[in-house]
Design a protein around this ligand. Structure first.
Ligand SMILES: [Zn+2]
Length: 186
């Protein structure tokens, strides 16, 4: 089958979403056209079809959730408090949150350069099953999100009302993955 975008290359990737037994989106594309189609797809497919699509890309149920958000600006204490509030919600939803903001105490006792902490954070991102990006502008949190995407870890956006809150979405998708995999983790 030829790629439905460039009509030249062999289609090796298939984007599809089925919700309630109805196909909401389907495209066969080549490797070159896949990234653009994936972006288009992620914008177009919303609601239950998007949940099913995202769930299909996740191999095992999500357990460890990295909370990514601003730390230093505008107020470090307010940012730490916000991260803890989100971490509480993640914990109450049945996940194991990692709140990197709490290491501000470590930094207070033993300061280290920003890049050392960022590398430390990115290493923990790799050990988590998902990233929850909480609101607020942050170059560091954006790098954590980019790193998660690079290594294939799903990212959810807290407080994003386009598709409902990202934490609610995480709960729904985890349920779908658990149903599919019989709940095994690890
Ligand atoms: Zn193509």
């Amino acid at each position: 089958m030829r790629c439905s975008v460039c009509k030249q290359n062999l289609a090796t990737q298939h984007f599809t979403a089925v919700a309630g037994g109805v196909t909401k989106y389907e495209k066969h594309v080549c490797v070159t056209c896949a990234p653009a189609v994936q972006q288009e797809y992620e914008k177009m497919v919303v609601g239950p079809a998007r949940d099913e699509y995202l769930a299909a890309t996740i191999a095992k149920p999500i357990r460890f959730v990295y909370v990514a958000g601003p730390l230093s600006k505008p107020s470090e204490l307010d940012n730490i408090r916000a991260a803890v509030v989100w971490g509480d919600r993640v914990l109450d939803a049945g996940f194991v949150p990692l709140i990197p903001h709490l290491d501000a105490l470590w930094h207070l006792i033993s300061p280290r350069p920003y890049e050392t902490w960022l590398a430390w954070c990115l290493a923990w991102v790799e050990r988590c099953d998902a990233v929850l990006r909480i609101p607020g502008a942050s170059a560091g949190a954006d790098r954590e999100v980019a790193h998660a995407r690079d290594v294939g870890i799903p990212v959810f956006y807290a407080g994003d009302h386009l598709e409902g809150d990202g934490l609610d979405q995480l709960v729904r998708i985890t349920k779908l993955v658990r149903e599919r995999t019989g709940g095994q983790t690890g």
